[in-house]
Design a protein around this ligand. Structure first.
Ligand code: GLC
Length: 819
């Protein structure tokens, strides 16, 4: 028998749960609708209004308000743009309104108002959940969607754990959580954008709401997913695919792509908390050059400053920063410094004085400057949502720029503070927010992004013809326009190495292609093996940076004994060998949003086998990279997609569509190359500026017929490519049983390289060629002692013909006759 106390408890809980269920206000039936313009339709429902805007064939915006009218429109993510005219067709029936916009139909059912997105074959891509749809409760807004059983979810920006996010829930609230785990959520960045992929077809949704938001991907109920925020508008964009790349191209059309980075930022970067003095920095620089381990960037962490005051130097440990930085530059290193947003409250400190004078600091509702503790003690915080504060911040870089600093590491910008339980700025603090004067609750998630914007724009004003390199820990959707990102304070563990793959992949396909994790792990001490394996992964993460926490043993690549030093040197050499490819992939990302690091499913959405695959990935569309991510392992399995693949190291041929096992000794990361690929590489250099005349080699992998790839280059540092000072050519190969022809088209653009030679490698030629012709004239085989500039050679063991030709802006044709 139930006790009366228990019965009473059941009654109370039933009563509460019905209140909880009833809390959500539903939108009701459509009562009328009207076109506001050729692209915009407003539906008036019983309890709310919904606006659908067709931006272009493929991007549809949905807004819902239960107020009398929509709030003024604003977004930190969406770039201002004039979209081409579009005239969707509207068909009104008693039960529904259908809006046809090119490849997409939007069906609005009237009783109650529910939205479905259909492709032009009539397949429902995504639909509001019939029983819930869009709703609100107090200030909270949310939409529930139907979740098909065979649909999977990716993206969501920076999220720990595995790549695939079905049956999980996530929160978006920029948070500083050192030593996070696979289940820690939220983390440092907010990118409320995701993909649904089903039967090889993808769509995307971007929920552009900066308040604390959340996504429940089937955790609450297995037949539905939902997203919403604590306040603000239910405001999202829908992107049909059909491919994941189509979704990403459309998303980055809306929020922008990464600018082309300076080439030096794609070299190896060395960091630690902290290289405490000029002496130690010089030792580190010498350490790289004497050991012949390439490196381009050395970072200075917080101890370079005077009492952690931003824009100052600790003059006892760094007595001559300008001299140091100029010597480092002479050795081929760029210097990057950390900058945190907290400005020390100190009447004698120039940044604090000028910040007060120019009224750039965040204020409490009572109008006084807000303060909280970070590294320097009590600090004031610039309001980066205020254009004047952004200009002030950007101008403050003048002296560091004059000292020669070129890399700008933006940290603690979630923002993170030490002295309150919430670990962030008080939610009632007021931001300018483009004149809207709103609270930190609304602006928290864009604080880091707007700091990187102020940094990027400021440095660009100071050095108008140099590409800024900004790195950030916190950001919001669209932040790629200003900054690269790293995955925060990770741990020296194999699990974190694995998360370095999945986190960077999800960030990459969320519009942020310039990503990496702290190599070796930030907190803790990696074994030589873990460091070496992580470094190998780092070759294939666009940001290749090693870092370490304070008070930990040294973790530079030579700190683990000769065997590891040699392996690490080979690994970093590989990065520099592949730089022409990496630069091209970053160029592609800057143009189209398509990142260098791609999940297998992103390239092969129809191959179901890849749905859960997150320890191997595509680098560009031609390489499968399979890092070793477990201890004591010297071989691993690799799932090759359909088609023909070649082992990067041995050129061994594999038929794809299956799993293979390959050797992975300590100095080797398994990599496979797609048939028909043309991979540009270069001889190793110690830093990216070392040899502007470095020859490039185009390695042509066998193809059954023909293949084409683009090759892009420019000066790697300035913005002159925007005015046409770049060079672009297409490279084609045709293969028949008798001959292979490789053509390099006439170059487009005005960039003239100082290189004099190029090499073409034709892979998979079984016998020595009968003859080789270069632009119509036979050239001779290289012989020792003879050094003509145009020749060919044959490696019988590797089955490769190498052709050396003079670089030229004109078309070059190579014909290898073989049998
Ligand atoms: C934060 C950063 C870390 C940095 C440290 C000291 O923890 O995430 O990278 O080294 O602060 O500045």
């Amino acid at each position: 028998m139930l006790s009366s106390r228990f019965r009473c408890w059941v009654l109370i809980s039933l009563c509460f749960s019905s209140i909880a269920l009833g809390q959500w206000n539903s939108i009701g039936d459509v009562s009328s609708f009207k076109a506001l313009s050729t692209r915009e339709i407003e539906f008036v429902a019983e309890n709310a209004k919904v606006r659908l805007t067709v931006l272009t064939d493929g991007i549809v915006r949905v807004r819902m308000t239960h107020q009398v009218d929509f709030a003024p429109d604003s977004s930190w993510a969406v770039i201002e743009k004039h979209w081409p005219d579009t005239h969707p067709e509207i068909v009104d029936k008693p039960e529904k309104v259908t809006i046809s916009a090119g490849q997409l139909s939007i069906v609005v059912s009237k009783r109650p108002l529910r939205i479905s997105f259909l492709d032009n074959q009539g397949t429902v891509l995504n639909a509001d959940h019939p029983s819930k749809g869009m709703a609100w409760s107090g200030k909270e807004v949310r939409v529930w969607k139907t979740m098909p059983e065979n649909e999977f979810y990716f993206g969501f920006g920076e999220k720990a754990g595995r790549l695939q996010k079905k049956f999980t829930s996530m929160t978006m609230w920029n948070s500083d959580i050192p030593a996070y785990g696979a289940d820690t959520d939220p983390l440092y960045q907010t990118i409320p954008f995701f993909y649904g992929i089903r039967n090889g077809k993808a769509y995307g949704i971007f929920f552009d709401n900066t308040y604390r938001s959340s996504f429940d991907m089937g955790k609450e109920a297995r037949d539905q997913f939902s997203f919403g925020a604590e306040a603000g508008e239910l405001n999202y964009y829908f992107f049909p695919g059909p491919s994941p790349a189509d979704v990403l191209r459309k998303y980055t059309e809306l929020v922008g792509t990464m600018p082309l980075p300076p080439r030096w930022s794609l070299g190896y970067q060395q960091c630690r908390w902290s290289y405490p003095s000029e002496k130690r920095v010089r030792e580190i620089a010498d350490g790289f050059r004497t050991r012949k381990i390439p490196c381009d960037v050395i970072y200075l962490d917080i101890d370079y400053m005077d009492g952690y005051r931003i824009f100052t130097w600790n003059t006892s440990s760094f007595p001559n920063p300008k001299g140091l930085i100029s010597d480092l530059k002479g050795m081929g290193f760029r210097t990057a410094v950390i900058v945190d947003p907290g400005i020390k409250i100190d009447e004698k400190y120039h940044a604090y004085q000028s910040g007060l004078k120019q009224d750039v600091f965040l204020k409490k509702p009572d109008g006084t400057v807000y303060n909280s503790k970070v590294w320097p003690g009590e600090c004031a915080f610039p309001d980066f949502t205020d254009p004047a504060a952004r200009t002030w911040w950007g101008n403050s870089f003048e002296s560091l720029v004059a000292d020669g600093v070129r890399g700008w590491w933006n940290d603690m910008n979630e923002p993170s503070v030490f002295d309150v339980p919430s670990k962030t700025i008080d939610l009632n603090v007021i931001h300018q927010d483009n004149g809207l004067q709103t609270t930190h609750a609304k602006n928290h998630n864009v604080y880091g992004m707007q700091m990187t914007r102020a940094t990027y724009d400021g440095v660009r004003r100071l050095l108008p013809n140099e590409r800024p390199f900004v790195l950030t820990r916190a950001s919001y959707a669209g932040g790629q326009r200003y900054s690269a990102a790293w995955t925060g304070d990770n741990v020296s563990s194999w699990e974190h190495l694995r998360m370095g793959v999945s986190m960077c992949l999800n960030l990459s396909i969320s519009g942020q292609p310039f990503v990496g994790s702290d190599i070796g792990g930030f907190i803790g001490y990696p074994s030589g093996e873990l460091f070496a394996r992580w470094l190998q992964l780092g070759v294939f993460t666009p940001l290749m940076r090693a870092h370490s926490v304070i008070n930990e043993n040294n973790k530079e690549p030579w700190e683990y004994g000769d065997e590891f030093t040699n392996a690490n040197r080979e690994t970093i050499n590989l990065r520099y060998t592949l730089l022409p490819l990496i630069y091209n992939l970053m160029y592609e990302a800057s143009q189209t949003g398509i990142p260098a690091m791609r999940p297998m499913l992103f390239e092969y959405p129809e191959e179901q086998a890849f749905t859960w695959t997150d320890n191997q990935f595509m680098f560009g569309s031609d390489l499968v990279v399979a890092p070793v991510v477990s201890e004591g392992v010297t071989s691993r399995t690799v799932q090759l997609p359909q088609g023909v693949w070649f082992d990067f190291w041995s050129n061994q041929r594999y038929s794809g569509g299956k799993e293979i096992t390959v050797e992975a000794p300590l100095n080797r990361i398994p990599v496979f190359v797609k048939e028909g690929a043309i991979i540009p590489t270069q001889p190793v250099v110690q830093h990216t500026d070392e040899r502007p005349d470095n020859p490039v080699t185009f390695s042509c992998y066998p193809t059954s017929l023909q293949s084409t790839r683009m090759y892009y280059e420019d000066d790697g540092i300035s913005f002159e490519y925007e005015g046409g000072k770049y060079s672009k050519r297409s490279i084609n190969q045709w293969r028949s049983s008798k001959a292979t022809t490789v053509t390099l088209s006439k170059k487009e653009g005005t960039f003239a390289t100082t290189r004099t030679l190029i090499f073409v490698q034709v892979i998979g030629i079984n016998n020595e060629p009968l003859r080789v012709d270069l632009s119509g004239r036979e050239i001779s085989q290289a012989t020792t002692g003879d050094t003509p500039t145009q020749w060919w050679s044959y490696d019988d063991q590797k089955k490769i013909v190498t052709i050396c030709a003079k670089e030229s802006p004109e078309a070059i044709t190579i014909r290898v006759t073989h049998n």
